[in-house]
Write a protein that binds this ligand. Structure first.
Ligand SMILES: [Zn+2]
Ligand SMILES: [Zn+2]
Length: 323
């Protein structure tokens, strides 16, 4: 199988685009695709300071590498972060891969370890708070990513969600009729004017998981392929993921069509209904934007018998070690 652009042998076949690509042409294809996404949705402007959240997995490694390749062209500054959740050997491997990636790309970075900032691990919190691992993990990561971006004066927070992740969430929120969450699965999610809620961007919005994995492999990026030991494969999101994969096999290009429709018409429909306006007040403990009197993060920290302000002071001192 030959590459569609040169004589080298192809390592990936993209049915939806009718392309077969060699390592070199896959890399340039994806870099162009991400640049197109950035321009189409206005994700990044000149002089932006972008914080890249790196998990240690393939998708955020690909994201960091592509933004690194595009940074001079875009005229932006990059900083990185990784959160160590303390899930045994799994978290150790993820942190190692993230550090290696940042060092290789010479991106200044900060590592936040849950154990260092709150004296507990994610499994401890799950046990103490009696809540599902994925929801606790999501809450902690969202809060820490945002506050890190805010403390670092980054005006954009970039995450490595790929096309299948987004389609999967859209279908899930649609099935559970959560219109507030459903309206947030856009490539750019505007923050608050005071900058406390940092604007989130998803540059891999139109990149497929297979493309991201192949990119990470051919560019020899450090990443961990293991799945989190705490996830429960029976959860609905994983069933939805299999459904999307099967549909895409029979109808190549269906997910991208779906995603474009979501952005061109469905989001506008939700906006017209006023479904996209989250009213933010201020958390009475940490002072960050919150939809309730006390934000979810501070409530979680209180629930496990810790002081949110002490945790935040430790977050700040970890971040200051970098700057
Ligand atoms: Zn080629
Ligand atoms: Zn709070």
């Amino acid at each position: 199988m030959r590459c569609s652009f040169c004589n080298a042998s192809a390592i990936i076949s993209l049915r939806y685009a009718k392309l077969r690509l060699c390592p070199e042409h896959l890399s340039s294809y994806l870099e162009r695709k991400v640049l197109r996404t950035i321009n189409r949705y206005g994700l990044i402007k000149r002089n932006d300071k972008v914080l890249i959240a790196v998990s240690g997995g393939k998708d955020s490694a690909t994201l960091a590498h592509i933004l690194y390749r595009l940074k001079d062209h875009l005229g932006i500054k990059l900083v990185g972060m990784h959160i160590n959740l303390g899930i045994g050997e799994y978290s150790i491997k993820l942190e190692r891969a993230s550090r290696e990636l940042f060092e290789r790309l010479a991106i200044p970075y900060v590592i936040l370890s849950l154990k260092d900032i709150a004296d507990v691990t994610l499994p401890d919190i799950v046990r103490m708070a009696k809540r599902a691992a994925c929801s606790v993990c999501g809450l902690i990561k969202r809060y820490l990513m945002n506050i890190t971006a805010y403390m670092l004066n980054a005006n954009k927070l970039a995450t490595g969600h790929v096309l299948e992740d987004i389609v999967q969430f859209i279908i899930k929120e649609f099935l559970t009729a959560d219109f507030d969450r459903l309206s947030k699965l856009k490539p750019l999610l505007e923050g608050t004017p005071d900058g406390r809620l940092v604007t989130k961007i998803r540059p891999l919005y139109e990149v497929r998981e297979k493309e991201s994995l192949t990119y990470a492999i051919v560019n020899n990026l450090p990443f961990v392929y293991d799945t989190c030991p705490l996830i429960d494969e029976r959860m609905m999101v994983f069933k939805i993921r299999r459904l999307i994969d099967n549909l895409e096999l029979e109808h190549p290009g269906l997910s991208i069509y779906f995603l474009r429709k979501y952005n061109s018409s469905f989001i506008k429909y939700l906006e017209n209904l006023g479904m996209n306006k989250t009213k933010f007040s201020t958390c009475n403990i940490c002072g960050m934007p919150s939809t309730s009197h006390t934000c979810g993060f501070c409530r979680l920290i209180l629930r496990i018998g810790k002081d949110p302000l002490d945790v935040l002071a430790r977050v700040r001192s970890q971040i200051e070690t970098m700057t």
